[in-house]
Design a protein around this ligand. Structure first.
Ligand code: DMJ
Length: 653
């Protein structure tokens, strides 16, 4: 009989508790005890102080985040107006602070952690840590890997193209047997003020690197990592002001520019025999486009060549390179959806048919957007800006989900999702780590508010794993693809946001990133790719962008006095992080009238012949642009309740 008494007691207790909850919280019996207990105060629909139910933080709500829903028509246009203030009927930040377990009066944990000053000694310490990181990777590459392309940092060996397996594109697209890591690292040496090593490295490149190689590489990778670096180093050497110290090379005879020219000529076959003008994705540096070449290319790969090709053309006075790169951009642009204005991520270069209809900001499209804006900044061609502005509008209309303003209002924080380019409908629920570059681009166009929010989302993911997983599923709050190959994108955005806001928050972010790189990726001879961001197992690979971008942006973040910010020259970063000064000479294009308005085809769809190449002619650079200092200060760039919200949405707290 004892067990019956026990059961009866439990039933009575449950009914009693149910009754108390019903009375105290006004929960109707129909909601069901088991359904609603334990009560989730933070993530269901909240009751606003004055009555009506307001949609609040939706991430753990029954239907998931509001990012699953299509954007409200016209919301993007509204976002460009002044941020909305919470009205009387809205669930304002103060209320959320309470609901989310705000820590009462006084500064909460976010304010305590991030709002304090970042002492100059600590900044210097972090700058030295970033420099040490670069030096450790670079010295080990030189000791164990040079003249091969990459360093295997765990086994202290070099790595070149995978000749045994030509289909190993992960390796062969990038490694051309041309001392990639050394070439890619050149301007980082200059930015860090290491003139002796810069001079030594340039001479090594001139004396030992050749592009006459039987290597089939991706046109995009060879362009951004090698061509871009050669051009950047050439400009540093020939800059009459020498802001980084003495980076001149005795008897320099434009060798790096000649090498850039040689490489670009070897890439040109990719632009031939294509019906659309969109280039083949790969070429063999000796023999041109391989006979079995793939006709499909990603949009970013084909459409982000204009910065490097344009600089080369303008330095040489030879329109060829800019012409083919611009023709590719326009051909892609003309294939955008009539309805949404969006582009897909993979296209057939002969038919112009979209093979990949996903439109997003990450892999396959990222640098396409970046180079529309950066080409305009560098060359001043209005059509580039017009394309960028139109693309940005479509992105806001179809990709952006979440609340209207970053730092005001209610609902989920803004996030940019992947959609079908024709319908604008959500295609999946992941974002990738490449997309973390986008806040940096938003800084360049002055959309700092939105940049702050998106950056905070990526930083929250970083805090959770000590790295960025290649793909993160925001619905499952878990990584979809687990590796982290030392990518720079989050650091890049952190650096640019720091430059725009001067808010010490971004120094804290940089310190966090530096420390986790040291902790999780440092190995015997360098820094290793994380194979798995959760168990922190590693792969024996250090990609060249670790030295050319990740270390560079970290160093610049903490090096307040660096000539990149202080010299009076305006610098722009290529997509591989190479600096180019924004120079009036690059804005002169004597061949403009030769360019076809609609891309590289005539009425019958035949390729328009390229203009002839004049003789090699060097236009020296000197800049006269002045930086406008940005004096804005914030207490926290993103209000702490929103930081907490984001941390909760990635399952961090
Ligand atoms: C770099 O090679 C470039 O930044 C490129 O645009 C894409 N991302 C890689 C590094 O992640």
């Amino acid at each position: 009989m004892q067990w019956r008494a026990l059961v009866l007691g439990l039933v009575l207790l449950r009914l009693g508790l149910h009754g108390v909850l019903w009375l105290v919280f006004g929960l109707g019996p129909s909601m069901g005890f088991y359904q609603r207990f334990p009560l989730s105060f933070g993530f269901q629909r909240l009751r606003a102080p004055d009555g009506p139910v307001s949609p609040a933080l939706g991430s753990a709500g029954p239907s998931g985040p509001s990012w699953l829903q299509p954007p409200v028509p016209g919301a993007a246009a509204g976002r460009r107006r002044a941020p909305r203030r919470p009205g009387p009927g809205m669930c304002g930040p103060a209320h959320w602070g309470y609901v989310l377990g705000g820590r009462g009066r006084g500064p909460d944990e976010y304010e305590k952690r991030y709002s304090g000053a970042f002492p100059p000694q600590l900044r210097a310490q972090m700058r030295d840590l970033a420099r040490g990181m670069f030096v450790f990777g670079y010295d080990n590459y030189m000791a164990h890997a040079f003249p091969q392309d990459e360093l295997n940092p765990i086994h202290c060996r070099g790595r070149g193209p995978d000749r045994g397996d030509p289909s190993n594109l992960n390796i062969n697209d990038v490694l051309g047997n041309y001392s990639l890591t050394l070439v890619d690292a050149l301007d980082t040496l200059a930015i860090m003020g290491n003139s002796s090593e810069f001079q030594k490295a340039v001479k090594l490149v001139i004396n030992t690197v050749s592009f006459d190689k039987d290597s089939t590489v991706q046109v995009f990778e060879a362009t951004i990592r090698v061509l871009g670096s050669l051009l950047s180093a050439h400009r540093i050497i020939t800059d009459s002001k020498q802001p980084f110290g003495d980076m001149t090379i005795k008897d320099y005879d434009n060798e790096l520019l000649h090498m850039a020219h040689d490489l670009a000529v070897r890439l040109l076959p990719a632009f031939e025999n294509t019906k659309t003008g969109i280039p083949y994705p790969r070429v063999n540096l000796k023999t041109g486009v391989p006979p079995d070449s793939n006709n499909e290319t990603c949009t970013a790969g084909a459409g982000s060549l204009l910065v490097e090709f344009g600089i080369l053309s303008r330095l040489l006075g030879d329109s060829t390179f800019e012409w083919v790169a611009r023709r590719a951009v326009k051909a892609l642009w003309n294939l955008r959806s009539n309805d949404t204005g969006l582009l897909g991520n993979v296209v057939n270069i002969q038919t112009g048919h979209w093979v990949g209809k996903q439109s997003g900001l990450g892999a396959g499209l990222d640098s396409f957007y970046e180079y529309l804006l950066k080409s305009y900044i560098l060359f001043g061609e209005k059509e580039d800006l017009e394309m960028f502005n139109a693309a940005y509008r479509s992105i806001q209309n179809y990709l952006r989900r979440g609340r209207e303003a970053c730092n005001e209002g209610e609902g989920d924080p803004p996030l940019y999702v992947n959609v079908n380019m024709f319908s604008g409908q959500l295609m999946n629920t992941w974002i990738d780590s490449l997309q973390a570059f986008f806040p940096g681009l938003q800084v360049l166009i002055g959309d700092v508010e939105d940049a702050i929010c998106l950056h905070a989302f990526y930083y929250a993911i970083w805090k959770r794993y000590g790295a960025l997983p290649e793909r993160y599923n925001w619905q499952l709050q878990a990584p979809d693809v687990l590796f982290y190959p030392l990518r720079p994108e989050l650091v890049e955005s952190t650096y640019l946001l720091y430059q725009a806001t001067k808010n010490p928050f971004y120094l804290h972010v940089g310190m966090d990133i530096l420390q986790s790189l040291e902790k999780y990726t440092k190995v015997k001879c360098g820094y290793a790719t994380l194979h798995h961001v959760i168990d922190k197992s590693k792969e024996d690979r250090m990609e060249s962008f670790f030295l050319s971008e990740t270390c560079k942006y970290l160093y610049l973040l903490f090096d307040e006095e660096n000539p990149v910010h202080k010299s009076g020259t305006k610098y722009m970063f290529t997509t591989e992080g190479h600096i180019v000064s924004v120079d009036k000479h690059l804005r002169e294009s004597p061949w403009k009238e030769f360019f076809s308005e609609d891309g590289g085809q005539d009425q019958e769809g035949k390729s328009v012949p390229r203009p002839k190449s004049p003789e090699l002619k060097v236009i020296n650079s000197s800049s006269n642009c002045n930086r406008v200092p940005d004096e804005r200060r914030y207490s926290l760039p993103l209000k702490s309740i929103y930081m907490r919200q984001i941390d909760q949405m990635v399952g961090l707290i």
